[in-house]
Design a protein around this ligand. Structure first.
Ligand SMILES: NC(=O)c1ccc[n+]([C@@H]2O[C@H](COP(=O)([O-])OP(=O)(O)OC[C@H]3O[C@@H](n4cnc5c(N)ncnc54)[C@H](O)[C@@H]3O)[C@@H](O)[C@H]2O)c1
Length: 290
């Protein structure tokens, strides 16, 4: 399949392009910055350049709309409200309209759990993005899967996380690993290739947890750190050494529908994180090659 990735030089775009290329698809990556690898075709430019976007979408089987500024850019004030509007709202409208004009019917739209923070700058633009997706699907018969991941910035993004431990401290609160997010996108692409959907599916993407619902509702009933010790007692000292609080209860999201619809089964959990921390220390595992 020819698959267009908007914002293809993103963290997600790199992981996705590598897998798509390895399995024989052709990823086309439109981005204003060059990717770190040559997995697939790089189209140097902006989704706000409508003729270029149109050219990029011709003959594509599916588009994955990734390009957006996200929570980190709002939090650090790297991008302002105009930047967010231009890329996340105008950019999304261009992607949808161009899909109609070029006959691309299948789209995976990368949204965010931040739609729940609908009055924030980022959350608001993602709400509007989803709303446009629903309107276009209804008006033009586009078939779209909306994925709503929680934060998945990888530990190798050094502009965000100074070290693996810093990343681990964030992941500790409940998160999804980029490889699991990648899995969800690949499954969404394949789902759309095989089936027809009359209306967009909106699917939440979270990571894997050893803790059960019962553990979470009776968290540390027997004392601080006891739920952690039930699963990871051998890592207790390691966690303390790296400032990971065994008593901290992670938040989890309901991914029942994502499991049912896509067969999504996240793999990376706190256990994986602890194993990597023990193996590689504070530097963490090496950055993957793309
Ligand atoms: N990273 C997260 O934790 C997270 C969590 C939930 C949802 N999301 C969503 O995932 C997507 C981002 O994924 P990521 O974190 O891998 O992205 P990223 O921040 O690593 O990359 C975004 C990419 O968009 C590109 N871009 C910027 N302006 C562009 C333009 N005009 N035209 C084309 N490309 C442009 C950038 O150059 C960059 O390569 C967004 O839709 C975001 O809302 C991200």
């Amino acid at each position: 399949m020819r698959i267009l990735l908007t914002g293809g030089s993103s963290d997600l775009g790199h992981v996705l392009s590598k897998e798509l290329k390895n399995r024989g698809d052709t990823p086309l990556r439109i981005d204003v910055r060059a990717p770190m690898s040559d997995s697939g075709v790089y189209i140097n430019g902006s989704i706000l350049d409508r003729p270029l976007l149109r050219q990029s979408m011709e003959g594509v089987d599916c588009a994955v709309h990734i390009a957006a500024w996200h929570g980190f850019h709002e939090f650090t004030k790297q991008k302002d409200v105009y930047d967010f509007w231009e890329l996340n709202v105008t950019g999304t409208s261009y992607v949808l309209q161009t899909a109609v004009e070029t006959g691309v019917k299948k789209i995976v739209h990368i949204s965010s759990e931040s739609v729940l923070d609908w009055s924030g700058i980022y959350g608001h633009t993602k709400v509007l993005g989803e709303e446009m997706v629903r309107a276009y699907a209804q008006r033009h018969g586009l078939e779209i899967i909306i994925l709503r991941p929680r934060a998945f910035i990888p530990h190798w993004n050094k502009a965000t996380y100074g070290s693996f431990v810093e990343w681990a401290q964030w992941f500790w609160k409940g998160a999804v690993h980029i490889d699991d997010m990648n899995q969800a996108v690949i499954q969404a692409i394949d789902f759309l290739a095989e089936k027809s959907i009359p209306a967009p599916l909106t699917l939440t993407v979270d990571g894997a947890y050893e803790y059960t619902a019962n553990d979470l509702s009776n968290w540390d009933a027997d004392g601080a750190g006891t739920t952690f010790k039930k699963y990871y007692s051998e890592y207790y000292d390691l966690a303390i050494k790296h400032g990971l609080d065994p008593a901290l209860k992670p938040t989890t999201l309901d991914i029942t529908e994502t499991r049912q619809q896509l067969g999504y089964e996240p793999q990376y959990s706190l256990r994986n994180l602890l194993v990597e921390l023990e193996l590689f220390g504070a530097d963490g595992p090496p950055m993957p090659t793309f």
